[in-house]
Design a protein. Structure first.
Length: 169
């Protein structure tokens, strides 16, 4: 026969339950990130504005970045809320480009692609003063993400398609 004095009180049961749920809720994101995150099916390509080569002391513009910028200007959603506007000298046409954090979705031969523009400032030691002072280096890039199963399609067909479309715009 079970006596009520042998059972834990309802407050004790609730306290233990609350503690265990708190631990599970805290551990769940860590376990999910370490197990599921490492097996993500998403591939991200980073297309930097500058490709690292120099000409006459200046960093060269990455041709893929320029092509992506032009191509994406034709894909901007009417719902976009963060755009950059420019006009080149001796040109009456105004150009719109996506800005920091703005996302553009695209579909190519059944593959869903997402483009995101990122930019920022990185401080680097000045070369001529022994690294005592910092210089600001502005960087920009596009992040192209898609399902890994479309890797060959994107690299061998979609990227050349983007370059071709950019030349025609």
């Amino acid at each position: 026969m079970v006596f009520s004095r042998d059972l834990p009180s309802p407050a004790s049961i609730f306290s233990t339950y609350s503690s265990m749920m708190g631990i599970f809720m805290m551990l769940r994101p860590m376990v999910h990130t370490s197990l599921v995150g490492s097996r993500s099916s998403i591939l991200m390509l980073i297309i930097n504005q500058r490709d690292g080569t120099q000409k006459n002391g200046y960093m060269m513009q990455n041709e893929l970045y320029s092509a992506a910028q032009i191509y994406l200007s034709s894909k901007i959603s009417p719902d976009a809320s963060n755009l950059r506007i420019t006009r080149y000298p001796n040109n009456k046409k105004v150009n719109l480009y996506i800005c920091q954090g703005e996302v553009v979705s695209d579909t190519y031969q059944g593959a869903e692609l997402k483009w995101r523009h990122l930019d920022g400032i990185k401080q680097i030691p000045a070369a001529d003063d022994g690294g005592q002072y910092q210089e600001n280096f502005n960087w920009e890039c596009f992040e192209l993400s898609f399902d890994k199963k479309h890797r060959d399609l994107v690299l061998n067909s979609y990227v050349p398609y983007v370059e071709k479309e950019a030349r025609q715009i």
